[in-house]
Design a protein around this ligand. Sequence first.
Ligand code: SF4
Length: 430
Amino acid sequence: MKRIAFHTLGCKLNFAESSALAKRFEQAGCTIVPTEEAADLYVINTCTVTADAEKKCRQFIHRIHRRHPQAEIAVTGCFAELRGDEIRAMEGVTYVLGTADKTQLIAMVNRQAAARNDDPAAGFTPIHSAIGRTRSFFKVQDGCDNFCSYCAIPYARGRSRSAGIAQTVEAAGRIAAEGYKEVVFTGVNIGDFGRKNGERFADLLRALLRIDGIVRWRLSSIEPDLLDSEIIELVAAEPKLMPHFHIPLQAGSDAVLHAMRRRYDTAFFARKVEEIRRNLPHAFIAADVIAGFPSETAADFEDGYRFIESLPISALHVFSYSARPEAAAYRMANAYAPAEKEARSRRLHRLSDAKKAAFYERFSGQTAVVLWESERLGDEMLGYTENYLRVAAPYDAAKINTLESVRLDTSYLHPDKDRIMTVQTPSPCK
Ligand code: SF4
């Protein structure tokens, strides 16, 4: 009987994978404990999306070894995949497993041979996370074939792969059996689901909608060139598919998009957003943007800023460019002064705040259905509307994992939780 602690850095996909791995350890008779407690093994599931993410991984490994010098440390995930030799040389590290190998950890710990369940060559296993009692993150795809010039993900996670529709639906049935009402798709490039098996993401959505018990399916991030009219119309027609899109734009200038090796231009992206707005006027639409790509001149940034400002989107996810040694853009010279990157990031964050506030304001006074979650914020509980407005109401444990129709009031900016909408009356029309 071993005590195992998990610490996860990075994206929803990593959290889903940690959760699935923790479940397997539990099934093998181990006890999962918080990282603050003493454990026999600490599993650190790492991220390499930026240089800062790597720094946090290194710091966490040092901290755990300092506090628990007798414990074993397993480092898994993207950072382990790309910098395996560096991590192996770190004091206290016992196991280093990349993205494809992490499912071997249990076998390694038990000193047994293991099958590579998540190896791209051996196929792909859909998994889901078990964080909270309401929403589950469902990994339906992994890897990417795009090789955008700024991105190290294809090197860390390998080529795009997914299971077939039948196997994915079977895995989703298990999520429903565990009582989750909402499922969020995760993957590196979910729109690519099924391409190598002759299947399509839209057909997966249709098949999943037939599962009883899950009342909300959320798309999460999907590449604009893979978000086709069929998917948008399906979301508009199916009440179980939430009106919520997260589309990576990355830059609002065609010259920068070209240098990033993205597969669309700004006109294509604008048409995509218009199409969503035409079909789903109330949809939450978020776009990822990178501030400070090396070739982005001052003029490129200003062009891009005006373009993004003109888009009828609801929020931005702003990332500061981080040079990754594996990616093609690593060798590009910067077209701007170093301080400019942070200045651009701050302007984009302010633009996002303004767009989000305006989007929330549109729904003030309207009725919306909220799925209440177990997370507590002082005397209040939090939930999301169908179109991803975060809502707070007086805490009532009996409402967790239930849907409620409420009248929305006004929103405010919470210091830790971003924008939150209040309700006019706690439960006017249950
Ligand atoms: S940024 Fe480009 S290469 Fe990286 S995961 Fe996304 S689509 Fe793939």
